[in-house]
Ligand binder design. Sequence first.
Ligand code: NAD
Length: 484
Amino acid sequence: MRNVQPKASHYVGGAYAEDTAGAAIDVTYAATGEKVARLHAATPAIVEQALAAAEAARREWAALPGVERGRVLRRAADLLRERNRELSEIETIDTGKPLQETLVADAASAADALEWFGGIAAAVRGEHVQLGSDWAYTIREPLGVCVGIGAWNYPTQIAAWKAAPALACGNTMVFKPSEETPLCALNLAEILTEAGAPAGVFNVVQGRGDVGAALITDPRVAKVSLTGSVPTGRKVYSAAAEGMRHVTMELGGKSPMLVFDDADLDAAVGGAILGNFYSSGQICSNGTRVFVQSGIKEAFLERLTERLQGVVMGDPLDEAVNFGPLVSEAQLQKVLGHIEAGVAEGATLVTGGKRVQRDGWYVEPTVFADVTDGMSIAREEIFGPVASVLTFEDEAEGIARANATSFGLAAGVFTADLARAHRVAAAFEAGTCWINTYNLTPVEIGFGGSKQSGIGRENGLGAIEHFSQLKTVYVGMGGVDAPY
Ligand code: NAD
């Protein structure tokens, strides 16, 4: 295995920085439990240095023409692609996700974001409004210093999905990765420097929730973008509100997938596999409530079980492996607890359900049938390889039950009926919907949640609005008509 010990824990002002007084953060390879690197949480001194560096860099970076900022981002995209294999191996060691996945989904997605927002940077602009002989114009301005806080499931992608639109708009950023996966964002920071980003434009500090909390309450910070769970989102949102800061909240979900009896069965089963077992189920937008129209329940379960025979478990660094461990022992225990609850509540365990007898934190791909809406496995986010299959009779019932949740991140519908597909998509209470596919999130289109699943959008043009603000300038062309 490659050596993944970084040069230092943090990246501040265009260079690695260390303060070993910070609490240890060990990186463990989830496939074996082996410790592969040790980093340190940011001390108050490191947090201060990072915020000061971002603050010092922001005016000059914002003053550059968009096309120049964009060039830096596009160069970074090229470097990510050139180093895709190395970065994918580090991502696999950091997260435990199979190399088969990371080679196509992580640095590659980060590169797409940097390339796309790099192109958009030159087109960020305001508008002219004629008001008789007077007129006004608007300027789309950066917000200033932004804080990004990441979850552990897609550490490179999350850092880049935040950094790319933030930097394109002329902001600077201090990013705090999840303490579970501290390595990948450091590589992004190094690459941005190599691509020409001035010192301080993108900084990385490590740490747990306390470091995140210290960042978001600093008076220099204008915006916080969090990817994490709903409970953390509530804390971060309210802390940000104290200082009237802008927020983007990319939070958890318990998304529904409606499979009608006219659907292409294999496409629907494929959607359920991608939406429940890719990354061993550690994906926020997963369609973990699989509602199948009652007439096709048996055929659906049979085909799903059959196709799960294609799971190849093993060392995630082996490219033949397509199913890896969970990120940590704690996540493994949490997932096993949910499975136990499902059994105790009377759901039928169709396949899986156990910890795999080998080193590391593997849980079998698990499918429950005969799940009812009130069961905990149908209500709570599990963030592991556990699908709950429920049945429904007709469209109205399917929609009502799909929406009966406080989450609203994503939803999917599988049907051959074109009109119904769009009707159902319109009725879903979710930020991101798919018709006859699942979990595709290209940079060109917005991604994010409604209801408790979040505020704001990542990707697409919408992200530009969430990392900038409008200034309006009224221009008087005549005298001033005052009453006295
Ligand atoms: P988490 O909420 O435990 O932690 C997320 C991040 O917040 C971590 O970096 C953590 O250190 C930090 N944090 C914790 N407490 C904080 C505080 N008080 N102030 C500031 N920062 C704090 O989430 P996780 O377990 O790392 O990730 C899994 C969750 O993330 C799931 O709920 C999943 O659905 C969600 N997620 C959402 C998206 C999305 O785009 N919507 C994507 C990936 C993951």
